[in-house]
Design a protein around this ligand. Structure first.
Ligand SMILES: Nc1ncnc2c1ncn2[C@@H]1O[C@H](COP(=O)(O)OP(=O)(O)O)[C@@H](O)[C@H]1O
Ligand SMILES: [Mg+2]
Length: 423
């Protein structure tokens, strides 16, 4: 396509050069017949023309006349240059002129052009007859024009088009590469999704299948521990079975919740409730474990103004609170746990504060990651899965709530959840 355009441009350029030289010669011959004997005048005119037309290499006027050569004597019908841009050839005989002279003479009203090339340079030779008032040919103007300027311009266009074409091809190649990479990624993504689904299915199946035998173990352990005439040693063994199976049960519950959340299978029955009783219930259930550690735990209701309602799933809210308040008891060795409920900017806040281990900024940043547990000397003996907070955060988000943490290492932590109050 580029080549075609260049061809068209080339033709147009050549035609333009011809038209220009044609009109130049037109103008020239209009006065040249009257001044055919005034070679000084003609030479001046030629110099002016040459100055403003840089593509003209030669511009001369030739007349046919009889000359007297010192050696050869009288020679009739000689083609003598009477004016030229090259002043040195004035008054000399032009041996190449006869052909063009005759040609121009045969069609005096037009300029005749002959293309030719010299040392690789393309040239146009144009001849136009000069006629007197009677229509007789009295001389001929001959010009030689170079096409090298036009050729150079066209050559640079060709080079530019080639570069452009090259760039376009490279771009297409790059696009193609990118496209095939995207297809690869799509394949990979599909496989990843399949593997992920497989993993989810496996966890969910394994957890369910584990639960049945575990329930049986727990049942028998409970049953056995109540049996009379057991040695203290055996009692200790059985209570260890009981504790470990409770841990395992908690782990399975968490894993099942994780798989439910990840597969979008966790159901939420949102309803308008006053969370007061739920908080109270969770706090009460943790009084004994707290007491065993020598901690005090309380529900501070002094900031509650009136009945406030939020739109949540009762059981899920309870699950979140059991984990948050349970954590407060778990990760506190001395002091107290206080749960507060208050209202701020149309939101209901539940704040669980403890005087426990606390955490650093880096630890806090990872707190809600799956399986993350802070590993220090103090937490070494504390059992857990590292899934509780991940589940809690997901549950609260699902119920349009928000969860945040404020904590100082060695001083204590505040876990704050909030929900929009509904009328
Ligand atoms: N109130 C708290 N005080 C200090 N550390 C806490 C508290 N709550 C949670 N953490 C830290 O966050 C980790 C993740 O908690 P969680 O997801 O509930 O898992 P788990 O309790 O099973 O370890 C815990 O292991 C503990 O290191
Ligand atoms: Mg926990």
């Amino acid at each position: 396509m580029a080549q075609r355009f260049i061809g068209i441009a080339n033709d147009a350029e050549e035609r333009l050069i011809n038209v220009r030289i044609g009109s130049l010669q037109d103008a020239f011959v209009s006065f040249a017949s009257d001044k055919i004997d005034d070679s000084v005048y003609l030479n001046n005119q030629i110099q002016n023309i040459i100055k403003t037309n840089e593509t003209i290499k030669s511009f001369k006027v030739i007349v046919k006349k009889t000359i007297i050569d010192p050696n050869l004597g009288t020679i009739p019908n000689s083609y003598v240059i009477i004016a030229s841009n090259n002043l040195e050839e004035v008054d000399t005989v032009d041996n190449q002129a006869p052909f063009l002279y005759t040609l121009a003479g045969s069609d005096p009203s037009n300029s005749l052009t002959m293309p030719f090339s010299e040392n690789g340079e393309r040239l146009f030779q144009t001849a136009r007859a000069i006629t007197d008032k009677m229509g007789n040919v009295v001389g001929v103007v001959m010009t030689t024009q170079t096409l090298s300027l036009a050729d150079m311009a066209i050559q640079s266009s060709i080079t530019r088009s080639r570069i452009l074409l090259f760039v376009v091809i490279i771009l297409i190649l790059l696009l193609f590469l990118r496209h095939s990479k995207i297809i690869d990624y799509m394949d990979l993504y599909k496989k990843l999704k399949e593997v992920n689904q497989l993993k989810d299915d496996f966890i969910s199946m394994a957890s369910h299948e584990l639960r049945t035998p575990l329930t049986i173990i727990r049942g028998y352990a409970e049953f056995a521990i109540g049996a009379p005439e057991l040695s203290p040693q055996t009692k200790d063994y059985i209570s260890k079975i009981d504790i470990s199976s409770k841990d395992l049960d908690a782990l399975i519950s968490d894993m099942l919740d994780v798989s439910r959340i990840e597969q979008g299978r966790m159901s939420f029955k949102l309803e308008k409730i006053n969370p007061l009783d739920i908080i109270e219930g969770v706090v009460t259930s943790l009084v004994l474990p707290a007491k065993e550690k020598g901690l005090s735990i309380s529900f501070d209701k002094t900031k509650i103004e009136d009945s406030q309602y939020i739109n949540v799933d009762k059981d899920r809210l309870k699950q979140a609170l059991v984990n948050l308040i349970g954590n407060a008891v778990k990760y506190t060795n001395k002091g107290e746990i206080i749960v507060r409920q208050y209202k701020e900017k149309e939101r209901l806040y539940i704040r669980v504060s403890d005087t426990g281990l606390g955490m650093t900024e880096e630890e806090r940043a990872k707190l809600f990651e799956k399986f993350y547990r802070i590993r220090t000397k103090e937490t070494e003996e504390i059992r857990g899965t590292g899934l509780g907070l991940w589940i809690t955060a997901k549950i609260i988000k699902e119920m349009n709530g928000n969860v945040s943490v404020e904590s100082i290492k060695g001083i204590g932590s505040h876990f704050i959840i909030s929900f929009p109050i509904v009328a």
